[in-house]
Design a protein around this ligand. Structure first.
Ligand code: MN
Length: 456
């Protein structure tokens, strides 16, 4: 099967150029001017931008949180991802406490296999430390799991800091890389207990029990441990200006620090938690919580300046009914926002079209950097001969409106309801096959992508 995408503007992290792209089988066969069509099906892409398929390095599909399971499993989540131009997700596998990493990986591969429409990989969560886990990390690397996750908060998942340090040293020896959820758990617990004792049980208390200094403190804390271990780390879902300052300080010391943020931290603010309507506030409950305008502005500035490496969604979706479990106690609201479907249009609209970043910047943080950081470059993340035929055809003229009534993700709301978009995604190709046409997801099958070490 051959497809010739003719006359589009091919975007890379370096810039844009007019070129034809020939897809043959599962790969890109050629990129250049006036390619001959031969027996290929020709698609006119004049006026359209061609991005390498977006990679979402932070999703949670089919995950149990607060005694309930995310609204999206790998089937619905991956279809929503494709509609949003995301041709690969890296989700989080986790062992149960006391289980082996292999058992955790097996469980997640079973959740995903045969159901997932886009390509996928897994980060492995490390929430415990012993000789067996240390040995298993090498096996994980061999099986294409080259990135790991550790939590400094959440009692069910957090790892004591001595063990976190040991894990960092071991990952250094193996060329693995860890992403860390940074929030100061001890003080969050104190603030939460105070709020509950005072009867402040509405979602209003959520951001007030997880304030920005507690994220920044944990970022700084982690980065000092990483300094001592002399190992690069990823700060996942960085949300605030103060946390950025901790990253800058570490980089000035010569450390390698990778930073991920999410569309909701770039676009939404903490005023939503003051809404007296429970659901209107609860639907924005996530950790870290949404921050202030000056934080958003600092994040955009950092994105433009190359200080932020990736934008991922932390997609962790719940319906209104599920969120209502916290009707009388904000700590029982399952935390997380849906977002996997709208990252591309949001970044284009409020980044590129708004003049805050360039299309090349967008390509860097959605495609190229995640492919490098998560070890699947240049198979993914670039439009070049030999790479997978993963292409997003973006039509900058086809403006649209985001609405829960028109989404594939299994939630009955979107945080971006009625937001206008500058352009929209016309087509998505997954390994050479048409995967989405004008919002219609085709019958495509994703593959597990074994990954190698970080190349960023
Ligand atoms: Mn997450």
């Amino acid at each position: 099967m051959k497809t010739l995408l003719r006359n589009g503007t091919v975007v890379s992290a370096k810039g844009e150029r007019r070129a034809d792209v020939l897809l043959e089988g599962e790969q890109i066969a050629a990129v250049g001017e006036s390619l001959s069509a031969g027996d290929a099906q020709v698609v006119d892409c004049a006026g359209k931008l061609l991005f390498p398929g977006f990679i979402d390095g932070h999703t949670h599909f089919d995950l149990e949180v607060c005694g309930t399971i995310t609204a999206d499993d790998f089937a619905s989540g991956s279809r929503a991802a494709l509609r949003g131009g995301t041709t690969m997700v890296v989700d989080f596998a986790a062992p149960d406490k006391g289980q082996s990493l292999a058992a955790g990986l097996r469980r997640w591969r079973e959740k995903a296999e045969g159901k997932t429409a886009c390509d996928y990989g897994f980060h492995m969560t490390i929430d415990d430390w012993n000789e067996d886990i240390s040995k298993e990390l090498a096996e994980m690397m061999e099986q294409g799991i080259s990135s790991f996750k550790m939590y400094m908060t959440y009692p069910a998942m957090m790892i004591p800091e001595g063990d976190l340090y040991r894990a960092l040293l071991r990952l250094k020896a193996l060329n693995g890389v860890a992403g860390v959820h940074c929030e100061n758990d001890g003080v969050i617990r104190v603030l939460t207990a105070e709020a509950k004792a005072a009867g402040r049980l509405a979602p209003w208390s959520h951001p007030r029990t997880r304030p920005a200094p507690l994220e920044a403190e944990a970022v700084g804390h982690l980065l000092r441990l990483a300094q001592l271990a002399d190992v690069p780390v990823i700060i996942v879902h960085l949300s605030s200006r103060e946390s950025l300052e901790e990253v800058r300080a570490a980089r000035r010391r010569g450390q390698t620090v990778y930073v991920e943020t999410c569309p909701h931290y770039l676009l939404l603010e903490d005023g939503v938690y003051d809404n007296p309507d429970f659901m209107e506030a609860a639907k924005f409950v996530c950790a870290p919580p949404l921050r202030k305008r000056e934080d958003r502005e600092a994040l955009w500035e950092a994105l433009r300046g190359g200080e932020i490496d990736t934008v991922a969604t932390d997609h962790c979706s719940f319906t209104a009914a599920q969120k209502r479990a916290g009707r009388y106690d904000f700590t029982r609201i399952p935390g997380g926002l849906p977002g996997v479907e709208h990252r591309g249009v949001l970044l284009y609209t409020y980044g590129v079209a708004a003049g805050r970043i360039t299309a090349a910047d967008m390509c860097r943080v959605l495609s190229e950097n995640p492919a490098k950081l998560y070890g699947c470059w240049p198979r993914k993340g670039v439009i070049a001969p030999g790479s997978d035929g993963d292409i997003v055809v973006y039509d900058p003229a086809a403006n649209s409106v985001i609405s829960a009534a028109d989404q594939a993700q299994h939630t009955d709301y979107t945080p971006y309801e009625s937001w206008e978009t500058a352009g929209s995604i016309a087509q998505v190709y997954l390994r050479g096959r048409l995967a989405v046409n004008r919002g219609e997801v085709q019958d495509v099958q994703g593959q597990f992508i074994p990954r190698e070490k970080n190349q960023l």
